[in-house]
Write a protein that binds this ligand. Structure first.
Ligand SMILES: NCc1[nH]cc(CCC(=O)O)c1CC(=O)O
Ligand SMILES: [Zn+2]
Ligand SMILES: [Zn+2]
Length: 341
């Protein structure tokens, strides 16, 4: 009884200070984790070129290659066998002279994206095929929309052109279209276009709603050859300090009927991921670990600053904690292996 009395005298605050009992065993550490990574959360970016036999490594984007259609199918097949559920396609036209001011090549029926959609659909009927929708990979000026003569974005022409591209991807069989241009009003225009084409009921519109302009897209632009030839994207991608703009963009895209939302980049914008989870609780929330973030983790691992697998898990757990349900990740092939272990 003396013991009980002492115990009661001394303690409530000290009892609650001991947390280690909660995670001193590997199983407990798993129990402490609210949500686990699963293979169905991963969306893998694929760069597709218009030379069918191409297979080229991208020096600034470790382990990622650009594929022509004939090389893409077997590569994707090997990943489907490991449990890949979903890909997002980016077209990379390499043929000289194919780029023009309105990005005609984006939805060329013989161009890389439409060809890839059809080939993947045919070979892997269960794979969920998303197509990034933007003009920058296809325009001679490298901007994401159609421009006025003074170089500023012509919103009306841009959103009409972007909607037409999205509809053509859906017609080719894309399950989802993901506009990454960030030009005002394109979600509404895409939804209307899909409705007119009779495709709205089977096409998931995944909006890059909060996409920030910054220094993290360099390796992607190497891979896609999509750096703007003049100026930058600061008049249509959000300024990195623009929290309020991000909230307004999220709400606007929800009002325009988007089916899903992407916050991009990821690690440097986890507050926005969290805000999006709270502002848009009724749609799947995705974050994109972009090329620059991915390349930085690889660079740090090469310098032995971090261990690649450990840091990859740590970064992706951060996305889950912040509230993301889906992750566009260049680490997808690795996770398909790691999540078996
Ligand atoms: N608008 C096209 C687009 N879609 C996705 C990315 C970047 C993805 C990455 O860096 O991994 C970009 C490049 C950009 O906006 O410049
Ligand atoms: Zn673009
Ligand atoms: Zn706000």
């Amino acid at each position: 009884m003396v013991h009980t009395a002492e115990f009661l005298d001394e303690t409530p605050s000290e009892i609650s200070s001991i947390l280690a009992g909660g995670y001193n065993h590997p199983l407990l550490r798993e129990w402490q984790q609210e949500r686990q990574l699963t293979k169905n959360m991963f969306i893998f970016p694929l760069f597709v070129t218009d030379d069918p036999e191409e297979e080229t490594a991208i020096p600034s984007l470790p382990n990622i290659k650009r594929f022509g259609i004939n090389k893409l199918v077997p590569y994707v097949g090997s990943l489907v066998q490991k449990g890949l559920r979903s890909v997002i396609l980016f077209g990379v036209p390499l043929k000289p002279g194919v780029k023009d001011p309105v990005g005609t090549a984006a939805d060329d029926p013989n161009g890389p994206v439409i060809q890839a959609i059809k080939a993947l659909k045919k070979n892997f009927p269960d794979l969920y095929i998303m197509a990034d929708v933007c003009l920058c990979e296809y325009t001679s000026h490298g901007h994401c929309g159609v421009l006025y003569e003074d170089g500023s974005v012509n919103r009306d022409l841009s959103v009409r052109r972007i909607a037409a591209v999205a509809v053509n991807y859906a017609k080719a069989g894309a399950n989802s279209v993901a506009p990454s241009d960030m030009i005002d009003g394109r979600i509404r225009e895409i939804k209307l276009g899909l409705m007119k084409a009779g495709l709205a009921h089977k096409t998931f519109v995944m909006s890059y709603s909060a996409k920030f302009s910054g220094n993290l897209y360099g390796p992607f632009r190497d891979a896609a050859g999509s750096a703007p030839s003049h100026g930058d994207r600061k008049c249509y991608q959000l300024p990195s300090g623009g929290k309020g703009l991000a909230h307004r963009a999220l709400k606007r895209d929800m009002d325009e009927g988007t089916d899903g939302i992407i916050v991009k980049p990821s690690t440097f914008y986890l507050d926005i991921v969290r805000d999006a989870a709270e502002l848009c609780p009724d749609v799947p929330l995705c974050t994109y670990q972009v090329s620059g973030e991915y390349a930085m983790l690889h660079a740090a691992a090469e310098k032995n600053v971090v261990d690649l697998k450990t840091i990859a898990f740590e970064s992706h757990y951060g996305f889950l904690r912040a509230g993301a349900r889906l992750i566009i990740s260049y680490f997808t092939p690795e996770f398909l292996e790691w999540l078996n272990q």
